[in-house]
Design a protein around this ligand. Sequence first.
Ligand code: KG4
Ligand code: ZN
Length: 359
Amino acid sequence: MEPWSRGPVLGTWPGAFLPLGPMSEELILGLETSCDETAAAVVRGGRRLLASRVHSQVDLHAAFGGVVPELASRDHLAKLLPTVDAVLSDAGVELCDIDCIAVTAGPGLIGALLVGVQTAKGLCAASSSVLVAVNHLEGHLSAINLEKEEIEPPFVGVVVSGGHSSIFRVEAGQPPLYRLLGRTLDDAAGEAFDKVARLLGLPYPGGRAIEELAIGGDAAAHAFPRAMRGRGLNLSFSGLKTSVRQHVEKNGVPVGSGLSDLCASVQEAIVDSLVEKSLAAVKAANLDRLLLSGGVAANGRLREKMARSARAAGVRLFVPSMGLCTDNAAMIAAAAHPRYLAGQVDGDDLEPDPAWRLG
Ligand code: KG4
Ligand code: ZN
């Protein structure tokens, strides 16, 4: 099985990261249920990943072309505790060894978040662990802490996922400080991939399907819009979706190489916008380090083009490995670590906030 399988089977990460010099030894159990992945992970000292499992609900939602919130909550309820048991066993620890339980408390689907938050409270009550609420975007920005290479703040952190496309300035602090520099004004980058995929009759989630079809396609075949070009640090992808819809209404869904060309052109438009705005943010912030994270950061073309453009601009680019870019609970545990050390813990009155904004 692949270390980060995202099929219906529970994917496991065997815990290959080694500690980087002296570090604290707190054991944090992370829980993530904000959307359509049920995930749990055990992280030691905020940086050493001991065990991580991600149960994807993709098959459950596939027939509907997107996530059905009610189905998501029910499935989280069925899968979360078995996933927790599995990661504790993978890590060779017991619940009573856990110092802190970190849970995504927003943003996300309210029913899905509730399952994670209520489970975390129950597990805290059943053990001596403390509770730390984590913002999902802070989780994505913290995934890099689980990699060998360290990124020193201040830096520009870009989160590109199914629900978000946001650019932050990240300052040193315990916990770090986040300032929003730019964000999408309409669809998120992953949402654009997903909506275009639906227009083309491709499976959900669309990003990976479009990336696969784009291989060998001509990215210059269609000149889809790069919205907001040269205008600030905000992004917009709804015009791209409309262009594709109009193209399909006029010409039908292409097949064969025509479909590959269309997918490559769509992917290129999204990638170009993300690369341009990310590097513009680094320049505007007068920094030289850039972090790219979130599910869309699993896109090979984005990783490649961002790396090339960053190199040309003298910017050091950091991107977590694939399994840490897409939703997982290890990043939630990593984000909780500085909060735990700073004593920023939550009580059993914690309520999830589906619209929780970072920065
Ligand atoms: O971060 P994530 O797992 O969940 C959210 O927080 O939303 O991101 C999921 C998004 C989906 O929209 C999916 O289409 C996109 O990430 N995605 C990709 C790829 N893999 C996942 N987009 C482009 N290329 C990929 N390879
Ligand atoms: Zn996410």
